[in-house]
Design a protein around this ligand. Structure first.
Ligand code: ARG
Length: 274
């Protein structure tokens, strides 16, 4: 018998891909010779925004800035837990200025903001499970976020941080390899992690939904769930089936344009947790 899944209302932050382009390549998915249709990107992104609103969630908007083509990937700008914002510090120069835009947003809204001194890319590499072990942070390192940032986040947020090592450059952020599907459980692709980190995940999350290479390659894990409704890339049909079998409600969205930047649903969304 399937467990009854219960949605919880969320507050999200998104940033329109008005200025989206692939002008540099900082992950294996990006190819500067690929043509990008920014207008189509905005249309697809807008459908994602409408989908979240239609599910009853609040969506705040960050103003996109010319010259910052990856700003659409709002997940990378900070990591928010219990009303405290741990700011981002991007690895690559090309995205560095995005951090200030996010900081200005949070400060204008009166959030408690903690500036980082270590390299970290916000929710790209941090996930939060409020009901797992009393409130647990999962953190990726290996490509973008650096290990000292995990300790810094733990001090900033007062929640235990479990470090996980990413080993496959295609899965350069935690959020392309692992996602929370409710307050206490996750879905992940084991192959993206070191053998030891896989062991840690098995120990902490014995009931996790396990994704395979195909699910991960279609950006299926780059999803956002409210506890019942799982918004995910429409190409990830197999993963959608697995989630459905586990009692969740998959909501596919098409994001082919921003995918050219190496991201999908989750990359476009930061969660603001009061
Ligand atoms: N082009 C962006 C980068 O490489 C994509 C970021 C995707 N965001 C994410 N949360 N995984 O930085």
């Amino acid at each position: 018998m399937n467990q009854q899944r219960v949605p919880r209302k969320r507050t999200y932050l998104m940033c329109s891909p008005e200025h989206f382009a692939v002008e540099y390549a900082i992950n294996p998915w990006m190819d500067v010779t690929t043509a990008v249709d920014a207008e189509l990107a905005v249309k697809q992104w807008d459908r994602l925004r409408e989908t979240l609103v239609g599910l009853g969630h609040d969506v705040h908007l960050l103003t996109p800035e010319a010259g910052l083509p990856d700003m659409v990937f709002a997940a990378n700008g900070a990591f928010v837990v219990d009303g405290t914002v741990y700011g981002a510090q991007f690895k690559h120069e090309q995205r560095a200025a995005e951090a200030a835009a996010h900081r200005a947003f949070y400060e204008s809204q009166g959030w408690r903001f903690i500036a980082p001194s270590e390299t970290n890319e916000g929710e790209g590499d941090f996930a939060y499970l409020p009901e797992a072990h009393g409130g647990l942070v999962l953190a990726g390192h290996g490509f973008r976020t650096e290990l000292p940032a995990h300790a810094e986040a733990q001090e900033a947020l007062g929640r235990p941080v479990v470090s996980l090592r990413l080993v496959d450059p295609r899965f350069y952020h935690l959020d392309v390899a692992l996602a929370s599907i409710d307050d206490e459980n996750i879905v992940y692709f084991p192959g993206a992690f070191s053998a030891a980190s896989q062991k840690v995940l098995t120990q902490l999350f014995p009931d996790a939904v396990i994704a395979d290479d195909e699910d991960a390659m279609s950006f299926g894990l780059n999803l956002v769930s409210d506890g019942l409704n799982v918004v995910l890339n429409s190409e990830a049909t197999r993963l959608a089936g697995k989630l459905k079998a586990a009692g969740y409600h998959p909501v596919p969205v098409e994001l082919a344009e921003v995918k050219k930047g190496g991201g999908s649903v989750k990359c476009c969304i930061a969660e603001l947790r009061h």
